[in-house]
Ligand binder design. Structure first.
Ligand SMILES: C[S@@+](CC[C@H](N)C(=O)[O-])C[C@H]1O[C@@H](n2cnc3c(N)ncnc32)[C@H](O)[C@@H]1O
Ligand code: SF4
Ligand code: SF4
Length: 346
């Protein structure tokens, strides 16, 4: 793992990689996550002792709702309307976000959710907007979250590479590289070509390495359950790319809130000892049309609780629907929440 801020998914995967999911230690980790959820619930929602800041630590921003790939384990519905975020919506979000001190709790803004961020036709303009707010925050001495981007890198051509590197916005960037070999990559990342991916990553790393202050890089690799979460069985060309970046994370598939059938998860016993969902507690997701959904496992906007064009972010954060979901988790009634009932994610 590289020395970068991690999100809740990554926190979980970091442990899975080291201790294995079926071990007793893993159960303890999950139990501790439940305790943390309960404490946060008590502090932020039940008693409201913490009033000055929100429980949100990460916000995902989805620039476009569509994607050029058809990954076999992804739940993105490719028939849903294709929406791209306007500059005005992004600006409106940052105006609201920066002016409300409750959201100083946010440590990371992720430029990804569903879809593929680099497909936004005005990528440079969007990054420039974020840069304006980043610079303004620095000038005023206000904390500004880390900005992290995740891409499938298939359209990471020289122009996009330069746009990302020169934007001055990114605190780290990661690439999705599933499989373990060229063949598995092309099978799992349907429509992606290994040679294009390899060329793009190599070019990005070469140009990035020439910068006085290079952007830390990482790779996320989804691994089939039959393989171990290590690199020993991977092909040499796959390992070569993993070595090219600053860090990588190997992970097994989750079921995207129950929207994808994962054979290996089907017959798993329900984890009755688990309490809460850290994504629900700590995350909000801004969609291209200004909608806010509750977590990044909801790739198809089923958990939308408001829209920033109609309400302030804080009002959306405080929405009764969201509080009711948190409350149901505390009561052990996850099954009563439509969005969450089949979620093996958290
Ligand atoms: C939904 S994609 C969005 C960003 C971008 N389109 C990409 O693929 O990098 C985010 C990440 O989810 C991973 N992913 C896809 N299906 C998954 C699953 N079932 N379980 C865990 N991660 C998954 C992808 O490999 C990718 O790294
Ligand atoms: S995982 Fe990413 S690249 Fe693959 S289909 Fe989903 S959104 Fe697209
Ligand atoms: S769908 Fe529900 S349980 Fe799953 S990550 Fe989202 S909020 Fe948590």
């Amino acid at each position: 793992m590289f020395g970068l801020q991690v999100n809740s998914f990554e926190f979980k995967n970091f442990f899975v990689q080291r201790i294995g999911k079926s071990t007793f230690v893993w159960r303890i980790v999950e139990f501790m996550q439940g305790i943390s959820f309960s404490i946060d619930y008590w502090l932020y929602y039940k008693t409201g002792i913490i009033k000055s800041k929100s429980s949100i630590t990460e916000i995902n921003i989805e620039f476009v709702s569509y994607c050029n790939l058809r990954c076999t384990l992804c739940s993105l519905d490719h028939d849903k309307p294709k929406v791209r975020m306007s500059a005005e919506t992004l600006r409106q979000f940052f105006e609201d976000f920066m002016s409300d001190s409750h959201f100083r709790s946010v440590k990371t803004i992720h430029l990804y959710n569903a879809g593929e961020v680099l497909l936004h036709p005005k990528l440079e303009e969007m990054l420039a907007i974020i840069k304006q707010y980043k610079d303004a925050a620095r000038k005023k001495g206000i904390f500004f979250p880390q900005i992290a981007l995740l891409t499938n890198a298939i359209v990471l051509n020289e122009k996009n590479t330069n746009a990302l590197i020169n934007s001055g916005v990114l605190d780290y960037i990661r690439f999705s590289m599933d499989g373990g070999s060229k063949e598995k990559f092309e099978e799992m990342r349907e429509r992606a070509k290994w040679d294009v991916f390899m060329k793009n990553i190599t070019q990005f790393c070469e140009l990035n390495n020439k910068q006085p202050k290079k952007i830390p890089t990482g790779i996320i690799t989804l691994v089939e359950y039959k393989n171990k979460l290590n690199t020993e069985w991977m092909s040499d060309e796959f390992k070569k790319l993993l070595d090219m970046v600053d860090g990588y994370e190997l992970r097994y598939a989750h079921n995207w809130g129950g929207e994808v059938q994962i054979e290996e998860l089907k017959n798993k016993k329900k984890k009755t000892y688990k309490v809460g969902c850290s994504l629900l507690m700590h995350q909000l997701v801004l969609l291209p049309n200004g909608d806010i959904t509750v977590c990044c496992a909801d790739l198809n906007s089923k958990g939308v609780i408001g829209n920033i064009k109609q309400e302030k972010l804080l009002a959306i954060y405080n929405k009764p629907q969201r509080k009711e979901m948190l409350h149901k988790f505390i009561q052990g009634k996850k099954k009563e929440i439509d969005l969450c009932k089949d979620c093996e994610t958290f």
